[in-house]
Design a protein around this ligand. Structure first.
Ligand code: ACM
Length: 262
């Protein structure tokens, strides 16, 4: 199975252009599963909740899902992509999973980062695994990485590949994903942004270096810091089912939750 991280430079508030660019990038390189960045259609750095509301779309009825559904059908692939979701009065930083047969699932970011708390409501549904036939996928978004519980919960449910849409601004995640993948025995596709959002004379830079990490914590592929690119790896998702680190130690069964109380 070929998995891909689409590293792109999104332009703030240019959803049509960003959707077009994303499709161009994923058409360049054949893969079975593509992961796009967080908020890939709108850009990241909103001035307030009203601006986030204006950029948000209903899922899966909105234009971004419509374009992604058409692309997944045409390219016969699965896609995970981040976008702002409008759900009545509520707004979520979300990612959608779409396959050749259409919309499959939406994940609402559980751990909001910094100013996102002013723009979005925190995710209201638990982490979940999605079986797409060739692999079992878990979705998380950017800052979810800093909470070990995010990937642990996805691994305990049987996820083989963590689809990690990101707009990273801190320098820690790429190194941390080595441990997250090793401790859970899973693959991760971290699809990050490059470039900047410039707002009101200030700018926020995104760190690039998208990464595909394997179940033994090896960095299978890493993108550059500044350039748009598509990272692809050929993997066997079944490798994530082997949680034995050695003949005596099983990553999940050896846990001692009864002794983890504070
Ligand atoms: C982040 O969660 N976008 C840093």
């Amino acid at each position: 199975m070929k998995i891909a991280a689409v590293q792109m430079n999104c332009r703030f508030n240019e959803p049509e252009r960003n959707r077009r660019r994303a499709i161009q990038l994923l058409e360049r390189t054949r893969a079975d599963l593509y992961v796009l960045p967080e908020l890939f259609n709108s850009g990241y750095w909103f001035s307030g909740r009203e601006e986030a509301q204006a950029a948000a779309e209903p899922v899966p009825e909105g234009e971004t899902c419509r374009v992604l559904i058409a692309a997944a059908k045409r390219l016969r692939c699965h896609l995970v992509a981040g976008l702002a979701e409008k759900a009545g009065d509520r707004l979520f930083n979300a990612s959608v999973l779409i396959g050749p047969g259409g919309f499959i699932a939406c994940y609402r970011k559980i751990h909001l980062f910094d100013e996102e708390k002013k723009w979005f409501d925190p995710g209201d549904k638990p982490f979940a695994v999605h079986d797409i036939g060739v692999a079992k996928l878990g979705l998380m978004i950017c800052f979810d990485w800093i909470f070990p519980e995010s990937m642990r919960s996805l691994a305990l449910q049987g996820s083989q590949i963590i689809c990690h849409s990101a707009n990273l601004v801190l320098p820690y995640c790429q190194a941390a994903m080595v441990t997250r993948c090793l401790e859970n025995g899973v693959f991760a596709v971290t699809a990050n942004r490059v470039g900047q959002d410039r707002r009101g004379g200030q700018s926020l830079s995104f760190t690039g270096r998208s990464q595909i990490t394997d179940p033994r914590g090896r960095i299978a592929a890493r993108a550059s810091k500044l350039m748009e690119e598509v990272l692809v790896q050929d993997i066997d998702p079944g490798r994530a089912d082997d949680k034995w680190l050695n003949p005596a130690n099983h990553l999940l069964n050896d846990r001692r939750p009864a002794l983890y109380q504070s």
